[in-house]
Design a protein around this ligand. Structure first.
Ligand code: UDX
Length: 461
């Protein structure tokens, strides 16, 4: 590091950053990881968090936590309509967030606040930042490719792509390769404004920010980053994968069942399929049964995370028929929530059947574990297409959750030649990750640029 940069970065030690995670697991994890990275770079960190979905942050005594009321009623807080929840949060948190930030700013003489860093989905925070004359940097917790797809929705709508029939779902979106119509990141909601208003707010308010941080790395999404630069016209920092800077994260909203690791210890190397569909996906009862039969018939050992609530209205496994539970118990181990990063880095794990949430996708690439993809909504549709068609590190289940396709994909990936090729491809990406985080690597340099950028906001005191 040259002297001038070192001096600027030392001055940054006196600056405080205020971070505001979106209170959903897939957004909390990367924001807390980012907070840790920036703290390590010398910034003081304040976290503003809603009371809703507050994770246990006791492992982070170096952060100052400010809780704000979110105004959600009990019914609102328990909704499974995520777009509706996000709309409500963006309306109800305006005043509490504004009050909290104004208080912090009025009190920052000895510890100046350089900027706020908020999740892209907290679109209301741009107006608050403008109002209080503080810069806002956005963290987009998903892939660059999926943000481009979200930004293209109005165009795709104008071209008629959002009203195609079921029989046309495999038609390519020629303007947006490699996407097919079924990959367009749609979201179902009962929100009266429809699903696209939230997405459009997120995109438009992100464009007004001072900078944009991604949990990705240049070698993975180089052409997408170039396209984004043309469309968004703001400094962009691809500094991921965040979770590789420090050991496994502990901002989990649920207790991670560590017996998964002792069970994996008893299994042969690279023999286990790890199955998890993240923190918000939901499926119908008959689909859970298809998943279970697919796994039972695959003749491979598996570790399956069945999150309570995965099937709306069910407690846990009671909906699986007895004979199926018996078939499963011969080879499988089921938990409610797992220490996912440790599971993926365990030598027994050979494949990850995932919903293609961005954290899961990156965590799998980092450990060189090829994937089977069953996207449910939104960015997952795009990420799974990239896994299958561009990076060629996994198989997307094109028919949805159907036992014969599941069995066949597992066989292809675990024992077939295709699986061997995908393993090679993913190991190649894993090596690129190891390099991008080393001094002079792309993420390492981008992080230094981000630190310089933030440090330039406030004159040294
Ligand atoms: C949500 C969206 O669904 C996703 O599409 C978007 O990219 C981010 O927000 P989620 O469904 O929770 O996220 O998926 P994902 O992004 O994969 O994040 C899940 C996180 O929970 C990961 O960091 C994973 O390691 C962790 N996890 C998951 C566990 O710790 N234990 C588990 O059993 C499962």
């Amino acid at each position: 590091m040259d002297n001038q940069r070192q001096t600027i970065q030392q001055q940054s030690k006196r600056c405080r950053l205020v971070l505001f995670p979106l209170p959903l697991q897939g957004h909390i994890n990367p924001m807390i990881q980012l907070a840790n990275i920036l703290h390590h770079k010398g910034f003081n960190i304040s976290i503003i968090h809603t009371k809703y979905n507050l994770p246990n942050l006791s492992k982070y005594p170096h952060f100052t936590l400010h809780l704000i009321p979110d105004g959600l009623s009990e019914t609102e807080a328990s909704t499974t309509d995520i777009p509706l929840l996000l709309k409500l949060l963006n309306e109800k948190c305006v005043k509490p967030f504004l009050d909290c930030l104004a208080r912090l700013l009025s009190d920052d003489a000895d510890d100046p606040i350089a900027c706020i860093i908020t999740d892209a989905v907290w679109y209301f925070t741009q107006a608050v930042a403008d109002n209080l004359k503080i810069r806002r940097i956005v963290l987009r917790t998903s892939s660059v490719g999926s943000l481009l797809a979200f930004a293209a929705l109005p165009l795709l709508q104008d071209m008629g792509y959002l009203s195609w029939k079921d029989s046309e779902m495999d038609t390519p979106v020629v303007e947006f390769p490699p996407m097919k119509i079924k990959d367009i990141p749609t979201i179902k909601t009962s929100n009266s404004e429809g699903p696209y208003q939230i997405i459009s707010n997120m995109v438009e308010q992100t464009k007004k920010a001072s900078g944009l941080i991604f949990n990705t790395f240049k070698e993975l999404e180089e052409s997408e980053l170039d396209k984004l630069q043309e469309q968004f016209l703001l400094p962009t920092f691809a500094i991921g994968p965040f979770h590789k800077y420090f050991s496994a994260s502990s901002s989990s909203l649920w207790t991670q069942d560590r017996t998964s690791i002792s069970w994996l210890d008893t299994q042969a190397p690279r023999s286990v399929i790890y199955v998890s569909f993240g923190s918000v996906a939901e499926m119908r009862e008959e689909k859970l049964i298809e998943v279970a039969w697919g796994l039972a018939n695959s003749a491979q050992p598996f570790l399956w995370v069945v999150r309570p609530g995965l099937v709306n209205g069910s407690e846990w496994l009671e909906i699986l028929p007895k004979e199926l539970l018996e078939a499963i118990s011969r080879r499988g181990y089921i938990v409610k929530w797992a220490p996912q990063q440790e599971v993926l880095s365990h030598p027994a794990t050979g494949c990850f059947w995932t919903h293609s949430g961005w954290n899961s996708t990156l965590e799998s690439i980092c450990e060189g574990v090829p994937m089977i993809c069953s996207p449910f909504f939104g960015d997952q549709m795009v990420d799974s297409r990239y896994v299958n068609d561009i990076w060629k590190v996994g198989i997307k289940l094109e028919k949805g959750l159907e036992r014969f396709e599941i069995e066949s994909a597992i066989r292809k990936l675990m024992v077939g030649k295709e699986g061997e090729d995908m393993r090679k491809n993913i190991m190649c990406l894993k090596e690129k990750i190891d390099l991008c985080l080393k001094p002079c690597g792309s993420s390492y340099r981008s992080l230094d640029n981000l630190v310089d950028f933030i440090s330039s906001f406030r004159p040294p005191v």
